[in-house]
Design a protein around this ligand. Structure first.
Ligand SMILES: C[S@@+](CC[C@H](N)C(=O)[O-])C[C@H]1O[C@@H](n2cnc3c(N)ncnc32)[C@H](O)[C@@H]1O
Length: 276
C-alpha cells in the first residue's frame, strides 16, 4: 500500500520493468537492491496514479518526461555544504595536514582528490574551501585538482553552475559564506578561486575506467543502495585508484566490506576515514 494506492506486485512484471529501465534509462538496475529500486519506483507510481508494474512499464516507454522523472528519482542527490561537520574538522586538523606533510616529504606538489557521487557540487566545493583554509596563501605552492563526478546529468549541470540557496547552508561556518560566495539577492555563487580547483563531469563510479593516482577519495552516501558484492568490488577499486598512503572517506552510516577491510588501515573509525 503506498499512500492511497495499492500496488499490485507481480515478480515477472517487476523483472520486466527493471529490464526496460536498464535498457532505456542508462541506469543499471542489477547494481542496486530490489528494496531500494521498488521504493523509488513506488514514488513514481504514486505520482502517476498507476497501481501496477505492467501499466507503469508501458507508460514509461511512451513518455520521455517520465523517463527523466524516474531517472531523477533513482539517483536521489540530497546533500549540503560541509555535511557531517565533525568529519570536516577532522579533515582540517588531521587528514589534510598529514597529506601535505607526506607530499612535502616526497617533494611533490600535485594533490589529486576525487569526489565520487558529488551530487550538486556542495561536497567538492567544501573540499576546495577547506584546502584554502588549511593552506592559506601557501595554496599557490601546490597543484590541487578536485575531480568531481556524478551519474546524473541534471545534477552535474547544477554543480557546474555553482549557484546555491541558503537551504544548503545548514552546517557551513557562516564566515565561509561571506568569504567564499558572491551574493546576489537569494543566490549564492561560489567564488572563482574556489571553483577553479574543481572539475565536474558526468561519470558512473561503477565503470571500470576510474581515475588513477588519487590522494584522497570521497565516496559518501552513494553506495548505500548498492548490492553487497558491488560495494566490495568498488572499495577494492578505490584502493587501487589511490596513491600509496592515500585516504578514503566514506559516509557516516557506511562500513567497508569485503577484501578492502584487510587492505585499508583505519585512520578514524568515527569519521569513517581509511588510509592505504
Ligand atoms: C545522496 S547524494 C551524495 C552527495 C554527497 N556525496 C554527500 O554525501 O553529500 C548521492 C549521489 O550519488 C549519485 N550516484 C548514485 N549512483 C551513482 C553511480 N553509479 N555513479 C555516480 N554517481 C552516482 C546520485 O546521482 C546522487 O547525486
Amino acid at each position: 500500500m503506498i499512500g492511497a494506492l495499492m500496488v499490485v506486485e507481480n515478480e515477472i512484471d517487476w523483472q520486466n520493468l527493471k529490464k526496460e529501465i536498464t535498457k532505456n534509462l542508462d541506469f543499471n538496475c542489477s547494481h542496486y537492491t530490489d528494496s531500494f529500486l521498488k521504493r523509488r519506483v513506488e514514488c513514481r507510481l504514486r505520482a502517476t496514479s498507476i497501481n501496477n508494474y505492467t501499466d507503469y512499464t508501458s507508460f514509461l516507454l511512451d513518455s520521455s518526461d517520465e523517463q527523466k522523472s524516474l531517472k531523477k528519482e533513482l539517483t536521489i542527490h540530497v546533500t549540503h555544504f560541509f555535511r557531517d561537520i565533525s568529519l570536516w574538522s577532522f579533515l582540517e586538523n588531521s587528514v589534510i595536514p598529514k597529506l601535505i606533510e607526506q607530499k612535502n616529504e616526497l617533494g611533490q606538489k600535485s594533490i589529486r582528490i576525487w569526489s565520487a557521487g558529488c551530487s550538486t557540487g556542495e561536497e567538492p566545493y567544501s573540499i576546495s574551501m577547506l584546502f584554502h583554509e588549511v593552506l592559506g596563501s601557501n595554496i599557490s605552492k601546490y597543484d590541487i585538482r578536485i575531480h568531481a563526478t556524478d551519474y546524473d546529468f541534471a545534477t552535474v549541470s547544477k554543480a557546474r553552475l555553482g549557484s546555491y540557496e541558503k537551504t544548503q547552508f545548514t552546517e557551513i561556518n557562516p564566515d565561509y559564506v561571506t568569504k567564499y560566495f558572491d551574493v546576489s539577492g537569494d543566490s549564492y555563487k561560489i567564488k572563482s578561486h574556489i571553483k577553479n580547483l574543481v572539475d565536474i563531469s558526468q561519470g558512473d563510479i561503477l565503470s571500470k575506467d576510474k581515475p588513477k593516482n588519487i590522494d584522497l577519495i570521497f565516496c559518501r552516501n552513494v553506495v548505500i543502495y548498492f548490492d553487497k558484492e558491488i560495494k566490495e568490488e568498488l572499495y577494492v577499486d578505490f584502493y587501487d585508484a589511490l596513491n600509496p598512503q592515500g585516504f578514503l572517506v566514506i559516509g557516516k552510516t557506511e562500513t567497508l566490506l569485503g577484501p578492502a577491510r584487510e587492505k585499508f588501515k583505519v585512520f578514524s573509525v568515527t569519521e569513517r576515514v581509511f588510509s592505504k
